[in-house]
Write a protein that binds this ligand. Structure first.
Ligand code: PLP
Length: 457
């Protein structure tokens, strides 16, 4: 056994319960079960302290791109470690962050040449919100009354208070309402749960027209619209209908409202293109990236914007136009080095090009899953899939919340060596992009089997 004699497995389990407060985790329940503790990983497999293997079907929380312990990525960190692990970007530079900024400017939608680094998806979006807010006060002519934001129902943009203010997931966010600023809310184009029973095309029209009307009506006070391009992730993997993002971009252009694209979950190939905005040739004013930026190796994030925004922050050092925001580990050299290696592997390494085969396989599984009696809907885009479980397919009646079906199915899968995390009763399948085709097939087979053997009652 490779597990060192000290601390023992038992001690680790005890210390985990005694000291580690896990995010998004009901801790009372957690303390009553035996924790799963990962010790090492390879490719798309994770191994626990007993050496049990698990398929990483959730990409270690939607961030892993090439798998774990990828030699080139490990090497990039080793090489950088021999030089400097961290130095600040406050007022000075470092080599990997400069190279990464250059690389991001090259691969991002045209014109997004200014790169502000931070360390999580939450900070990447928070930075965009604050930049948008400050921009309107400093641009010529200034429009200081543009202070508000619009976002979609079911939006998720991270857990800082600014992000929670634009977010709309009741069970995560309602608690903090008294601390938040008010956001204009527009309907999510959720064709699967349409309250009006509309077909996708008319649903798009209704939803997008409501958004367009809001932008026109409130342009005077609207600083920016925030959106998750491609798919609303935490809402339950809700894809945006074709043309929605395009029309949003056009409307924001017409009325001089900024567009913040939160590609934290979908950036770096997840939907089949490098960025989801590129499906509709949309160039946002802010592009927020994190999760997959470093290949899922290290905390690394960036907010990209264009020169019109950047210029408004220039001026005399004492003029107050500086962007007074930053994080200690902004532009961390290790994170930047591994991000560069990850992007290289996506492009030159052919990972992005090799995605089509995996996506087709996932599509075939999506078709099969749709036939299962408790599957209300399967939403698949690129290498992500949400399988929504319902009690009644015709009426789309959900299972009672108390049944916690999504949770229990994922628990059962865990015993079988598959790690996925549900969003309520939506099972999310989101493996590393570099997963072996045969392993992806097995992962889907397990999920299919777990659902098909679940009793209705
Ligand atoms: C995960 C996520 C975030 C937050 O990223 P963190 O790194 O967890 O702070 C923001 N937006 C979207 C769309 C996400 O999926």
């Amino acid at each position: 056994m490779t597990a060192s004699a000290f601390p023992s497995r038992q001690e680790l389990e005890d210390w985990d319960r005694q000291h580690v407060w896990h995010p998004f985790t009901p801790m009372q329940e957690y303390a009553q079960e035996r924790p799963l503790i990962i010790e090492r990983a390879e490719g798309a497999m994770l191994y626990d302290l007993d050496g049990n293997a698990y398929i990483d079907g959730v990409s270690s929380m939607w961030c892993n791109v090439h798998g774990h312990c990828v030699p080139e990525l490990d090497q990039a960190i080793h090489d950088q470690l021999g030089k400097v692990a961290h130095s600040t970007l406050l007022g000075i530079g470092n080599v990997p962050s400069i190279r990464l900024a250059r690389k991001l400017a090259e691969i991002a939608p045209e014109g997004l040449t200014r790169v502000f680094f931070s360390d999580s998806g939450a900070t990447a979006v928070e930075v965009a919100l604050k930049m948008a807010f400050q921009f309107w006060q400093q641009t010529t002519p200034a429009k200081p009354q543009k202070t508000r934001f619009a976002a979609l129902q079911g939006a998720y943009h991270g857990d800082t208070l600014g992000d929670v203010s634009v977010g709309d997931i009741g069970r995560f966010h309602n608690r903090f309402k008294p601390l938040l600023f008010e956001t204009f809310r527009v309907p999510s184009p959720n064709c699967y749960r349409c309250p009006m029973g509309l077909q996708p095309t008319s649903c798009l029209l209704e939803c997008v027209q409501e958004l367009e009307r809001l932008i026109e009506r409130e342009a005077e006070q609207l600083a920016a619209v925030v959106i998750e391009p491609g798919v609303q992730g935490a809402a339950g993997m809700i894809p945006l209908p074709a043309n929605y993002l395009r029309r949003l971009r056009d409307a924001t252009h017409r009325h001089d409202v900024l567009l913040i694209a939160d590609e934290v979950a979908v950036g770096f190939g997840r939907t089949g293109t490098m960025f989801a905005c590129q499906h509709e040739s949309v160039v946002p004013d802010f592009l927020c990236v994190a999760k997959g930026l470093s290949g899922g190796y290290l905390p690394m994030a960036a907010t990209l914007t264009h020169d019109r925004i950047f210029q408004a922050f220039l001026g005399d050092a004492l003029s107050g136009t500086t962007f007074f925001h930053g994080h200690t580990f902004t532009g961390n050299p290790l994170g930047a080095a591994v991000s560069l290696a990850s992007i290289d592997r996506l492009l030159e390494g052919g990972v992005l090009a090799g995605l089509a085969e995996r996506v087709q396989l996932l599509q075939r599984w999506a078709e099969r899953l749709r036939d299962l009696p408790i599957v209300g809907n399967v939403r698949q885009l690129g290498l992500l899939m949400g399988v929504e479980l319902v009690q009644n397919r015709e009426t789309k009646t959900p299972f009672p919340a108390e049944r916690r079906l999504g949770h229990h199915i994922c628990r059962k899968l865990r015993e079988q060596g598959v790690l996925i995390r549900p969003l309520r009763d939506v099972l999310v399948v989101m493996p590393p992009l570099g997963i072996d085709v045969s392993l992806l097939d097995r992962l889907c087979e397990f999920v299919y089997h777990a659902i098909s053997t679940t009793p209705m009652e």
